[in-house]
Structures are given as structure tokens and as C-alpha cells.
Design a protein around this ligand. Structure first.
Ligand code: AMP
Ligand code: MG
Length: 400
């Protein structure tokens, strides 16, 4: 059985960043730049006023002096190419181009206006209240690097440069197949023996949170139905994620049907709790397939540890950021792992201390819902309250 890190490495070794596509800037949030971006224009593109006030020659605009106000005003928008003559002040507004000859803007609060004259109550210095051309960005300057995440502020930056579309790695399409005769979609009534399909919406949300696009389907525990469902999924996806039916039960048909479709298994089973029956393989046409155990907590943990990093790699996220590392925390209670596989317990991390979030069985989704970290215990590890333990803080919270 593979160790977790070896399993993840084997998976990551088979994928690289997806195709480059140009997307409208406002739709690129949380995607990753596929190219460096350089400044297209100086920003601001021209010297302009940062205040509503009067454009003046600073040496003439000292406390107590009076200036004649020009009839024409310079609003933001069209540059009227005005020139500020000696002894003159030109009414100007925030964002408006600075008239020739003027070298400062005096705030309207710092003058007394009477008719076409202003008397200066507080003087200005050269350059005051002027935002210089290129003061923020110069054309040609590197603004963003390939691999940088597209954040709201970066969207603003690129828009200020006049960029309407940017090159990113396409979001992968992930087909999620849940399996099981006992499962019913939320919204429908349950008959005895049935449970609701929680994996489908949960995995869909995990895919979105990881940056992919999800489509879902459900297959009965019937090899023919499972095969048809899988064929449809393989025909239209970058990755296929199957939940349930990967274990050793008589009605666990996933491995058998994958074999019929020619899928080559890279590995089955990982030294991990929850999540041992996880499998990874490749369809003859190149699509990768993941088999997650059906229990919701196991599906969540294996998705977080093995599928999410792949989606992130496809999005072009740099290798060092694909997987959050383990961090130290102080155990707030005694913890132990009596098993022979590393165990990820669901925990609540608060101010450096960590405690269990509730029932730890792999169907117990309420405990998972309260967790904001996974606590990793090695085989036979016992930790007493106050001792150090290792946690993965970002996985359960599903932070990007
Ligand atoms: P399996 O891996 O198919 O043997 O399923 C293991 C356990 O997880 C069983 O108790 C299933 O009923 C449950 N299970 C499987 N798939 C789902 C699902 N989509 N939603 C909720 N529970 C599931
Ligand atoms: Mg099943």
C-alpha cells in the first residue's frame, strides 16, 4: 500500500497545467495567469488633479495673494488644453488634466472665492495635489508573473491598463459519478433503507472551491448502468471522480467496470484512514480517474488530499503551492491512533490549539462540518493534552 505522499506524487507526476485560454477579465477570478503581464500604458496616463480646486503656479499661490479665475474650467474628461497664465487660477476637478503652465492644485477649501477672484488662505508647493503620469505604473513594467493568482485587486489593475481579456489555464471539467442503490437526491422522500446522496453536492462544491467545473451523474450498483454512466463521463471531461463502489464488497463494481473500459490502474489503496480504498487510473484516451470511498468523510478527505492538488496543477498553480504543508498545533485533549495507518481526525483549530470536532467515524458528516482542520496522527501515535500534534489547516476549510 502506498503512503499518502507517494500516492500524491504519482498522481501529480501525470498531470501538467491545462491549455491556455483567453477569458474576459471579470470572469478570471481565482484563475492563474498563464503569461507575465506588463504595463501597456503609463498610469495615470497624464498628470491630473487629485482634488477639486484651482490649478495655479505654486510660486504665485501663497497665503494672502489673490489670483484671477479663468472663465473656462477644466473638468475630468476631455483635455481642453488650457494654459495657466501668470496671475491666473483655473477651476479644476478631481481627475482632470493639469493645464499647461500650472504646477500645483490648490484645494477649494484653501481659497476664498469672490466673483472671478480667489484669495489664497493656505499656500501650495510645486507638485501639490498633482498625480503624475506614470506615478503608479510605467508602460513596459512587469506587473504580474505567470503563475500569479487573479485576485479582485489584480483584476482592477489590469482593467486600469485597458486589458479586456487575459490568458489563463482553462478550468478543468470534472465529471463526478456517485454510486449506490441506496442513494436518493435531496428533495425526494426517503423510503426505509435509503439515505440521501450527500457526496454529489459536496464533491461538486469541492470541485468549484478548487477551481474546477463540476458535472454530476449517479450510477446504480449495476455493472451495465455503471459502465454506461462512466462511458458518458469519460467522453466529456478532463477528470472523472467516482465516489463509492471502490471497496471489496460484492456490489463494488467500479474496479471491474474500469477494467472493462481499458482503464489502467496506477494504484489502488493508500495507507490512510479514512480513505484506504482510494484508486487512481488512466483511461486509454488519457482522462485520469479517481475512485473515492463512498463514506462522505472518506470522500472528502481523499478529495482534499489527492484530487484538489490535481485541479490546482491543471489551473497552473506553482508546484510549491499545490499542497498545504503540515503545521504544528497544541493538542487540547488526549489523542490516539491505535491503527496501523496514518489517521486524519477532523479537528477544530483555534489560536494554535486543536481539539476533535465530533464523532470520528467516516460516515459522520456533522463532525466534518464543524471541522476547520485535519489532525494527522501516525500509526500507534499517542498525544497527551498539551503536546504537539501536526495539522493540515487549509484542507477542511477548503480554502484555496
Ligand atoms: P461504498 O464505498 O459504496 O461501499 O459506500 C460506503 C458507505 O458510504 C455506505 O454506507 C454508503 O451508503 C455510503 N455512501 C456511498 N455513497 C454515498 C453518497 N453519495 N452519499 C452518502 N453516502 C454515501
Ligand atoms: Mg456503495
Amino acid at each position: 500500500m502506498l503512503e499518502e505522499s507517494e500516492a500524491r506524487q504519482r498522481i501529480l507526476d501525470t498531470v501538467e497545467a491545462g491549455a491556455v485560454t483567453w477569458v474576459p477579465l471579470e470572469l478570471a477570478l481565482d484563475q492563474v495567469l498563464a503569461q507575465d503581464m506588463t504595463g501597456a500604458i503609463d498610469s495615470p496616463p497624464f498628470d491630473n488633479s487629485s482634488m477639486d480646486g484651482y490649478a495655479v503656479r505654486a510660486e504665485e499661490a501663497q497665503a494672502g495673494s489673490a489670483l484671477r479665475v479663468r472663465d473656462e474650467e477644466q473638468p475630468a474628461g476631455l483635455d481642453l488644453s488650457l494654459a495657466c497664465e501668470s496671475g491666473e487660477a483655473i477651476r479644476i476637478f478631481t481627475g482632470a488634466p493639469i493645464p499647461r503652465g500650472a504646477d500645483a492644485v490648490i484645494m477649494q477649501e484653501d481659497v476664498i472665492r469672490e466673483g472671478n477672484q480667489v484669495t489664497i488662505s493656505e499656500g501650495v508647493q510645486v507638485g501639490e495635489n498633482i498625480r503624475r503620469r506614470g506615478g503608479d505604473v510605467c508602460a513596459g513594467q512587469t506587473l504580474l508573473k505567470r503563475g500569479d493568482l487573479v485576485t479582485p485587486a489584480r483584476i482592477g489593475l489590469l482593467a486600469s491598463q485597458g486589458v479586456p481579456e487575459i490568458p489563463v489555464h482553462a478550468r478543468p471539467l470534472i465529471q463526478i459519478i456517485t454510486t449506490g442503490d441506496e442513494l436518493v437526491d435531496p428533495g425526494a422522500p426517503l423510503i426505509p433503507g435509503e439515505i440521501y446522496n450527500s457526496n454529489s453536492p459536496m464533491l461538486q462544491a469541492l470541485v468549484s472551491r478548487s477551481g474546477g467545473i463540476a458535472a454530476t451523474s449517479h450510477a446504480l450498483d449495476d455493472p451495465t448502468h455503471l459502465r454506461e454512466t462512466m462511458e458518458r463521463a469519460f467522453a466529456a471531461s478532463d477528470l472523472v471522480v467516482i465516489a463509492g463502489g471502490v471497496s471489496v464488497g460484492d456490489r463494488d463494481y467500479v474496479k471491474e467496470v474500469l477494467g472493462e473500459l481499458g482503464v489502467e490502474l496506477n494504484f489502488w489503496r493508500v495507507k490512510l484512514k479514512p480513505g484506504k480504498p482510494f484508486l487512481f487510473g488512466r483511461h486509454p484516451e488519457g482522462t485520469h480517474v479517481f475512485g473515492l470511498p463512498g463514506n462522505p468523510v472518506s470522500a472528502f478527505v481523499t478529495f482534499s488530499l489527492f484530487v484538489r492538488p490535481v485541479i490546482r496543477r491543471l489551473l497552473g498553480i506553482p508546484a510549491v503551492e499545490l499542497v498545504e504543508g503540515l503545521e504544528k498545533a497544541v493538542a487540547a485533549e488526549d489523542l490516539s491512533n491505535r491503527g496501523n495507518r496514518p489517521h486524519y481526525l477532523r479537528g477544530i483549530w483555534e489560536g494554535g490549539r486543536v481539539r476533535l470536532s465530533g464523532t470520528q467515524q467516516s460516515h459522520a458528516i456533522f463532525g466534518l462540518s464543524k471541522a476547520n482542520c485535519l489532525i494527522r496522527l501516525e500509526p500507534e501515535e499517542r498525544v497527551s493534552a498539551g503536546e504537539t500534534v501536526l495539522v493540515r489547516k487549509d484542507e477542511v476549510g477548503g480554502r484555496r
